[in-house]
Design a protein. Sequence first.
Length: 903
Amino acid sequence: MANNHPSERCKDEEKPLEYCLRKYLLLLAIMVATVTYTAGFNPPGGVWQDTEAGHLAGDSIIRDTLYPRYLVFFYCNAAAFAMSIVVIIIIFILALIHDKKQLWISMIPLRMAMVLDLLGLVGAYAAGTSRAVLKPRNAWVLVVIFVYMVIQLVLTLSSGAGDGKKEEAKEQLQTADGKEEKNNQLSQPGVKKEEEKERRRKLLLLLATFVMSATYLAGLSAPGGYWDSSKEGHNAGDPVMREHHAIRLKAFFVFNAAAFVMSLLIIMLLLDKQLVIPLLQDQDLSMTSRVRTRFLKAYIIIALFGLVGAYATGSSRNSDTTIYVGCLVFAVLACIIFLKVIISPHPQGSASDSNGRPSNGVKKNTINGGVQTNTSNADILEKAQSLVVLLSTLVTTITYQAGLVPPGGVWQENWKEHEAGDPILLSIQPERYKVFFYCNSIAFAASLVIIILVQYKPILKRRILELAMILDLFGLIGAYSAGSCRDVTTSIYVIALAGVVLVYVVIHVIFITLDEDMGKKGGDKDMKDEGKRRKRLLLFAVLCTTLTYQAGLTPPGGFWLKDDEFGHHAGEPVLSYNYPRRYKAFLYCNSMSFMSSIALIILLVNPNLYKPAIRSYALSVCTALGMFALMCTYAAGSTQHLKTSIYIFGLVALVLFIMIVVLICFVKKEMKSRNPQDEERGGIEKSPATQDEHVIEQENKTLKPSETKSGGEIKEDDRTTKSADIEDAGEAKKNTSNETNEKEKGERTATESNKKENESKKHAKRKYLMLLGVLAASVTYQAGLNPPGGVWQGNSNGHAAGNPVMHDNKRYRYLIFFYSNSASFVASIVVIILLLKEKLLREDWLFKVMNITIVLNLLGLLLAYMAGSRMRLESSGYFITFVIAALGIAAIHKIWSLNKESK
């Protein structure tokens, strides 16, 4: 695939496809880094709970039982993590080069890094999934799929050059015909179709990214857990569910693997427009495009069906419960139909926007000349809305998971003072646990409130959402400092890291802005570049926050589950006893990355702070520091062996060095090829200027003799003036007709602009709902497979190994959690499917129904959190009161603003 391939460009501009999808590629790379980061700290097969029989507590079990398989998993996972970091760096470098030098560098290094990234992910998944579930003879299915993917890539590489030459020849023939106006008129519907394809591609890429991340972690951590020792005829590291539910476990792995593989195939099809399907490489473009569309639809259906099947088989232990989960699909559809009947489409719905305001206000603003102010305010609010949604949805996912799986672990057995499944930290340090729990719950509730309120733009003007975001971030800081540490001194040090980052940014900005050149910046181009860099930095900071928050609360190696005679205390990290220095390095590096990300978010949310910080490159320095701390954290926490940590550092450094060298070579090559072109253009531009000077001199010379005219010439001039008057009258009539034509053209352009604006609003709404649905599906998927309170580790006292502890100890609370979580998961899948149907999206009522469904979905998530986190009645009352009060204040403010506008 040549980089200059015409089909690899988006829209009319000569932009590579990777540049058009840079935000989604950055999201893909960060999600791969997230799942590999988590999998490195929680390896498949579990970890040893005791130091005995020649193995170390907290070390991976399959490292001792299946060492070759462990090496394949470990280094493939580490390579995928390293390549994700490299992809992030390359995207930042390419964007910076384009913003500063206006250069399009070859995308070959980025493509190579992405291919190696996905290959490492596939290798780690194949080696890390359960060995004892699927028999070796079933491996041919995975081999066939892998060979199919390789054949696609080979055929694409071999046919890319020929197709590129054909496209270039077609373009040359079109330009040689000299029919530019007709081509422009005919190309307008084509451009519209291309825009629709780009929007569809972005949504599907978002969906495939999160399906890939959810199924990757679920495949490496089997539902029901693993045996932590060889007892009762079981081998350490084998899935617990295999004893009583072998068929169910096989079905789960088949469904999950199908969803994972289909998500990778979707990503491959979306990132390469010219990916050749076998047996169709010699067909025409229309035939291949139709087949590609059908293949893509089939991949999406299989992925979503596999996701639902894996959840139904892995989250329950009885067949009747699985049937109930399947029936939830019909219940959600019935609810949507009921809402559709209630919300009947208004006949004048096209004359109002999403917030219920009449669209004719645009015409009034155009007459009064107030379009620019309103559109600028709308742009600011739209940008704030997208950033707030991204932050709040990801914070919801991590706080939901942290509330269900608290730091310190849970008790494994019923004892006098505690029950199995209760948090250990609540028994040994109740004050610290309460600080963590309430801070985490406040952040979770604030995120839900933000998601619900973010649709109301008047509230954005009142800065209510900004205050809620600050409350959200400070809740995260409090929960992290209380849950990741066990003493007050360490908690203070962790919180101080955020202050250090903020102080550094302020000092950096003050010293750099003293330069006179910094104050001169601020043109339109600089503002656009700052906005682009802000989005990239904020996306990285938000996802880095989610990554490090989970790792800090559940460190690698797990926790001691009981006190023993060796001085180990329940709830303490295992790594802190085995290697105290390594644990401190892990804790402070992870905390540095987390706190720097929080500081970046605080700075990037406020426009008065982020502009000078971006111009002075202070935020770029903080981002580089956070990324380096992230790599140090992975090297320190993914293994307890020093030699392996050195190998990881060497791997990252080697790959990064090679990619940077390749980028430098491409930059120099592009600069050399561009310099002679600039010189030729400069010479061409100079020649018309010199010709104009000669023409002006000749005109000045001819004007001088014309001053002395004869009388006959003057009479002839009088005759010509009369004919000129007649011509002027005809021209006046033509001008009036031209004015009417211009008015008609203006009205047409106004209607077209209104249509484009409505389409962009619908696309933004669709993307917003898709993001919420995908994130809710991913977090409920993980929570259903790994229920709160853990599972029984043995067959004793009437309990079956692998069954949820909470199901036996607190059955009613578990049922509330399970069905609320399942309803939220199924509703998310249904919303995703409906949003993929573009014919339904033409109806305005669908967006209203989807909004209500998402709100009910989030309320189900709230109920599942309250039941799964074992929140007491008093705490539940405070929690519900906070949510109702926030929503009530927003509703009152909305009603007041509408009444004010009507007056």
